[in-house]
Design a protein around this ligand. Structure first.
Ligand code: NDP
Length: 327
């Protein structure tokens, strides 16, 4: 039998953006517990850059991407609860930089009416990340203060909205005036242009020397030390990314000397490990997107063939909000 082909991005080995090549590959067949989806929009995330560069290890050849929204094309053996044509989304897609992709049914959620597939692909991963960071890792309370780096980024804009909605004061750092305006629009009360002033003294000034309750830090290498110094005694540094590079090894005694601080390095997968937790977080995020409570910015949409450019723009800090690929 002739298996029809699809367009997909394929990487043969680690390297620069040029290794992201458009290829013709066979449409995969769903195995037990899997669903084949027709991809309508793919979410681009920083983790794909880490895999491409070899910071995170993986096998090659690789079709990158784990986030997408689309429609159900075919069910594998033993899959219940979905049917062909359902609007669905997932953050556990096996190679979402493609026209078709497989997803474990256990990791697939239905997209409710009122949410477009583009919006679902744009909000699911970063929205559930912002959700677990503000509600589970450090459950923010009204009146508390959070520092959020990369405040105009994909996660940053959603995290700021959720934190502000809880009633917390949000201080953000960004690199440009245009990003500062977006961050304020999302609910930041104070925005620090770190290209013009150092964030650490400014956070101390803004908090009257007290420090913040929590820092949500996805930048890593260049912000880690300053983030620790911005915390109140017994505050928490939530290090959830490494956009500027990985943090070098450090001595835990620093947590003691800087005020009995807490440090955690969480990942989304441990916060959506059960079906109940996945459905609860996805339900909130997609529900808030449907009601308009959560504003989702997708200004950067690229054709699938331009995946390399999408990653270049993400790495070069040119983007705000979410980046999508459309097959
Ligand atoms: P962003 O849209 O936030 O893009 C990265 C931003 O980081 C840039 O726009 C830039 O903002 C800032 N930045 C600061 N220094 C650098 C640097 N040296 N190089 C590049 N960017 C820099 O990306 P995402 O929203 O997709 O992801 C944010 C981070 O969160 C990533 O590190 C990602 O891996 C992580 N993440 C972690 C998850 C988890 O569960 N642990 C889940 C999802 C994402 P500015 O110009 O304002 O400095």
């Amino acid at each position: 039998m002739l298996i029809p082909d699809m367009k997909a991005i394929q990487i043969q080995s680690t390297g620069g953006p040029e290794v992201l090549q458009l290829a013709e590959l066979p449409i995969p067949e769903p195995g037990p517990g899997q669903v084949l989806i027709r991809v309508e929009a793919t979410g681009v995330n920083f983790i794909e850059v880490y895999f491409r560069k070899g910071v995170y290890k993986t096998a090659f050849p690789l079709t990158p991407g784990s986030e997408a929204a689309g429609t159900v094309e075919e069910l594998g053996p033993g899959v219940n609860g979905f049917k062909a044509g359902d609007a669905v989304a997932s953050t556990a897609v096996i190679g979402s930089y493609a026209e078709y992709a497989l997803v474990p049914a256990a990791q697939l959620v239905k997209v409710p009416d009122g949410v477009s597939l583009e919006c679902a692909a744009a909000v699911l991963l970063q929205g559930m990340t912002a959700h677990y960071l503000t509600r589970s890792t450090y459950p923010l309370k009204a009146g508390e203060t959070a520092l959020v780096h990369a405040g105009a980024g994909g996660v940053g804009l959603l995290l700021t909205q959720m934190a502000a909605h809880i009633g917390a004061r949000v201080i953000t750092t960004v690199s440009t005036k245009a990003k500062a305006a977006l961050s304020r629009e999302a609910g930041a009360s104070d925005v620090i242009l770190y290209t013009e002033q150092e964030f650490e003294p400014e956070v101390k000034r803004l908090t009257g020397g007290k420090g913040v309750d929590v820092v949500y830090d996805s930048v890593g290498k260049t912000t880690f030390d300053g983030s620790l110094n911005c915390l109140r005694p017994r505050g928490m540094l939530v290090l959830f990314g490494a956009s500027s590079g990985p943090v070098p090894p450090f001595d835990p005694i620093l947590l003691n000397s800087k005020g009995s601080l807490f440090l955690t390095r969480p990942t989304l997968w441990h916060y959506i490990a059960t079906r109940a937790e996945l459905e609860s977080r996805a339900g909130d995020v997609l529900g808030w997107a449907a009601s308009g409570e959560l504003k989702v910015r997708t200004e950067h949409t690229y054709p699938l063939a331009e995946a390399a450019q999408a990653q270049i723009d993400l790495e070069e800090r040119k983007t705000t909000g979410k980046i999508l690929l459309v097959p």
